[in-house]
Ligand binder design. Structure first.
Ligand code: PRE
Length: 385
């Protein structure tokens, strides 16, 4: 057979398959109506397993891909049923009625930042909320606590760095509190190695910073043969070095934090890799979706079943949503079970995306919509505070 002839055959098969798929979806819609009348749940694991067992038995050499195909068909069938029965109604209402006032205009807001004046998070907060009041808390934990208690309207915390990777503690706190993400900022991070006046590169024996700062500046720590000492925050490290007045101590922090504490800069930039950039997020107890929001964050858990993550991701892809970040974190009180955290490009107000989110909220264990906000593609300026 010639290529053109085989392709003709494929076209015919596809047409038949498409018609059968449409019939299958109509049948699933009928099942949804019956389930609504009889009060049965949409997901029926036993029925799905029976179908998959049958497919595996009959598909011979193609058993594995046939299973993926049928499992995907049942995923979309369930999504249709959720939508028909108004699944995710609460989420739909929440998104449709979300506050849309821009962050920059919230002059009365109090912004919780980790560390002290000069911390990188506070520089990011100043860019995001130029006219708001900043309040400082020692640790990321305390920032989340301040937002939880209502002491602060929002919190600004780092989530990932281009050299050292994710700030796992912040992901864990976010997944624990299930706060919304209302915005993000990216900052070029130029670290300084600094000490008290009189300190030199050869007098340094201990270097204090947040573990992220230490990880981004391994080269200079090794060159000084110094001990790396972890602190809650880079600006707190600067404060500590200033108070101890020992020329053997140094901090890795921002130039602003060094200046504020009267420290001298021994090396700038102190980081190993150029273009060092950190991404920060704004955490909020209430859902805020600014008009230009184009990034969606969510989390869910998944059963340990072959292809379960792949199937979810393919549903996002089918909606035209591009995955920009995925993170898995261990779930509390369960061994080797994970919560997945995902960022996608997209607007939750777009019809198809909203339908997908609503369907997933009824379908996925522990599903949480974490927000829709304006993605930053370029680094912001490092503000002076
Ligand atoms: O048979 C059902 O109960 C259906 O809702 C149909 C169907 C399917 O698409 O085959 C969809 C969802 C259920 O989890 C099981 C099967």
């Amino acid at each position: 057979m010639k290529l053109e002839e085989v392709r003709k055959e494929i076209d015919q098969i596809d047409e038949q398959m498409l018609n059968l798929f449409l019939r299958r979806m109509d049948a699933a819609a009928q099942v949804a109506r019956i389930k609504a009348q009889t009060g049965q749940p949409i997901y029926n694991q036993r029925r799905e397993q029976e179908i998959l067992d049958e497919v595996t038995k009959k598909a011979g050499a193609y058993a594995a891909p046939a299973k993926i195909l049928f499992q995907t068909m049942m995923d979309v069938s369930r999504a249709l049923q959720h939508n028909l029965l108004g699944g995710g109604k609460e989420l739909r209402e929440q998104i449709e009625h979300a506050d849309a006032a821009p962050l920059r205009e919230r002059v009365d807001a109090v912004i919780a930042c980790p560390g002290t004046k000069g911390s990188f998070s506070s520089l990011a907060a100043k860019n995001l909320f130029p006219d708001s009041t900043l309040a400082f808390y020692p640790r990321f934990y305390d920032v989340f606590d301040a937002v939880k208690k209502g002491e602060a309207t929002f919190g600004v915390v780092p989530v990932e760095n281009s050299t050292a990777g994710s700030v796992e503690e912040v992901y864990d706190l976010l997944l624990k509190h299930r706060f919304f993400i209302a915005g993000e900022e990216m900052l070029p991070i130029d670290h300084c190695l600094c000490g008290v006046p009189g300190a030199t590169l050869s007098s340094i024996r201990r270097i204090y910073s947040h573990p992220q700062g230490l990880n981004q500046c391994r080269g200079i720590i090794d060159a000084c043969s110094a001990e790396a000492v972890a602190c809650d925050n880079t600006a707190i490290a600067a404060d500590l070095v200033a108070k101890e007045r020992d020329p053997a101590n140094a901090a890795i922090c921002s130039a602003q934090a060094a200046q504020k504490n009267g420290l001298v800069i021994l090396k700038k930039p102190a980081q190993d890799i150029g273009g060092n950039t950190t991404r920060f997020i704004v955490i909020s107890r209430t859902l805020i979706i600014e008009p230009e929001a184009d990034k969606i964050s969510l989390s869910f858990s998944l059963p340990h079943v072959t292809g379960s993550l792949h199937r979810i991701l393919s549903r996002f892809a089918a909606c035209g949503l591009n995955l920009t970040k995925i993170e898995s974190r261990p779930m509390e009180n369960s061994r080797f079970e994970y919560l997945f955290y995902l960022d996608f490009t997209g607007s939750a107000r777009a019809k198809d995306t909203l339908s997908l989110l609503c369907a997933l909220s009824g379908d996925l264990p522990e599903f949480t919509f974490l927000g829709n906000y304006a993605a930053r593609r370029e680094s912001g300026e490092t503000a002076d505070i």
